[in-house]
Design a protein around this ligand. Structure first.
Ligand code: HPA
Length: 238
């Protein structure tokens, strides 16, 4: 089982399948195994079924280790994000190409010293270039318009940002803001898995335009989620 989809906010399934529990050193993870035209593709809802785990409490290490242990090499994920770049409006789809890390209290690595040698993982291409390019190409074939590449600012949450924080992120080159890409992308890299994220813009960030509501966020994701997961599956079948 080499291919997996991690569903972010609003993306809680990608087809029918059976569930499988995987035990890791960091905890147990329940994965959905989908059978798509004879091929098994793994689906993991990042926040748990029914969105019960907040971003700062997700067991990222268990999730990523479970995927690795089951044999995963390629991961596509979705992320609901706010936009602080005028170019990207609610409803738009972007491909995440880099991140700025503003998390504060999460385990961010598998490397914890002890007997292990010190490892510093390379971050020059945190989101797999190959998977990103394939997403662009297949989205075009399937008629899904992608607005462009985006720099993801990862905040700790679960609160939204202040208007001044958003001003700062804009000045630093951030395009979109979410609460989950770090450490997920970093842990994938540490385990040698190719990982990419497609951002669905669900709202304007604080202070950019109107106020944010969870209702708006879920509505905009609804419109895009099936098309995006279908594209992931098409790529996995190539
Ligand atoms: N900020 C942080 N995380 C988010 C947002 C936001 O505006 N929208 C969706 N996830």
């Amino acid at each position: 089982m080499e291919k997996a989809i991690i569903g972010g906010t609003g993306v809680y399934d990608a087809g029918d399948g059976y569930s499988k529990k995987v035990k890791t050193k960091y905890g147990e993870v329940e994965l959905d195994i989908l059978n798509i035209d004879g091929e098994e593709i793994i689906f993991l809802p990042r926040h748990g079924k029914g969105h019960s785990v907040p971003p700062h409490l997700i067991n990222y290490r268990a999730n990523m280790m479970a995927l690795r242990e089951i044999g995963v090499k390629y991961i596509y994920s979705t992320a609901a994000v706010g936009s602080c770049n005028d170019k990207y409006e609610p409803g738009d789809v972007v491909v995440i190409k880099d991140f700025l890390d503003f998390t504060k209290s999460r385990p961010v690595t598998f490397f914890e010293g002890g007997d292990e040698s010190v490892k510093h993982v390379d971050m020059s291409d945190p989101y797999c270039r190959n998977l990103r390019e394939k997403f662009y190409a297949t989205a075009k074939e399937q008629g899904l318009s992608i607005k462009g590449d985006a720099v993801y600012v990862c905040t700790e949450g679960p609160r939204f940002e202040t208007a001044q924080e958003i001003n700062m992120f804009k000045k630093m080159g951030g395009d979109v803001v979410g609460m989950t890409s770090v450490p997920e992308v970093v842990l994938a890299k540490e385990l040698g898995m190719c990982y990419a994220t497609v951002g669905i813009i669900s709202n304007w960030c604080t202070g950019v335009k109107e106020e944010i509501t969870l209702h708006d966020i879920q509505g905009t994701i609804e419109k895009n989620k099936e098309k995006i997961t279908d594209i992931f599956i098409k790529i996995f079948q190539q």
